[in-house]
Ligand binder design. Sequence first.
Ligand SMILES: [Zn+2]
Length: 397
Amino acid sequence: MRTYKYKIKNIPTSELEKLNSDSASVWNECLKLKDVWDYAHGYSYTSKECELWLDKQLAKSQQLHSQSIQDIRQRYFKGWQGFFGLRKNGDKKSKPPHKQKRYTTTTWKKSAIQYKDGMLRLSNGKDNKPLSIPLPVNVDIDKISVIHLVFNNGQYELHFVYKTEDVEQIGSDDIMSVDIGEIHPMVCHDGVDTTLFNGRYIRSLYRLRNKVIASFQERISKCVRGSKRFKTLVKRKWKKIRTIDNQINDCLHKHTTTFAKLCSQKNMGVIVLGDLSNIRDSVDYGKKSNQKIHQWAFDKITNLITYKAKRLGIKVKLINESYTSQTCPKCMNRKKVSGREYKCKCGFTYHRDGIGAINIYKKYQGCFINPVVGPMAVPFGIRLDVPKLPCKHKECS
Ligand SMILES: [Zn+2]
């Protein structure tokens, strides 16, 4: 599956807002109906019966296309499934879906999508006007599986999700492990060589992003909420953030493409990623905003690697990465790392950022306890071509 993003231009925002608000109303109704169901049955559980009953009730009260309504109901129950899964694994903090929404993504499935004379017509049920837009040039109508209406960074976008052809799998069993981190967005290891992807420029963009948010927030907080000044500032803030996010995105794309090419050159059959779903508990970033952006980058890198690898016929596997950055690959001693070099009391030393990737490699092979033998190759660094800003000194120019 791939997604093509299309920025909507010719339709008033209020119309799009109404759709996602209607979708939120479906979601909120799900919350309410589930309570009714639970009350009638005495305890909280979900079943096929419960889902069918909800669908029936929603069809009576809600607008939008019936498939769009069903999609939100499915999302709601996915939330429940996730909750049960986490509970089973001993997570006591997790909650089932319980928050009311003001807006949420609207989805059109195949039966709601019509195409005539270059125009796409997205049906929104009997009482609502259908959404009518020209078909973007890059989109093949026959391959579309669903379309999402997404509010992304202050503006509405249509996300066309379409199927891609299956690629023949690479037969080799060679493994490339990847450690996704803060200092280096990616460090990979193939059993012999370690490659570091430099993250300095990306980190500077993160800092700039936080700075922009902080400075705008200060100015916005002085305005009356909803005033004209308030609105312009919010708009300008999003515009700036969008630009920075695009730059970060671009960097992540370049790095992951280089990485995918490297794997392909070396004829790797499997890419192993550390599973990052627990990262939120284990890392203390201090500030909430920092955490959010890092989390976002983690997910983004994982997604980019996954789809780029699949396109090349390389399998992607996730494994639990706990302790991989602290354990000595030679003697299994665990220690907190400080400084640039990882130095173990057994005499093993290596660049600290390579440790995680080496251990993920070993862990996937099932020989986490086997010591590495012999000297390791010195890690190789890959940098991005960073746009050079003109110097501000008069003498320099
Ligand atoms: Zn050691």
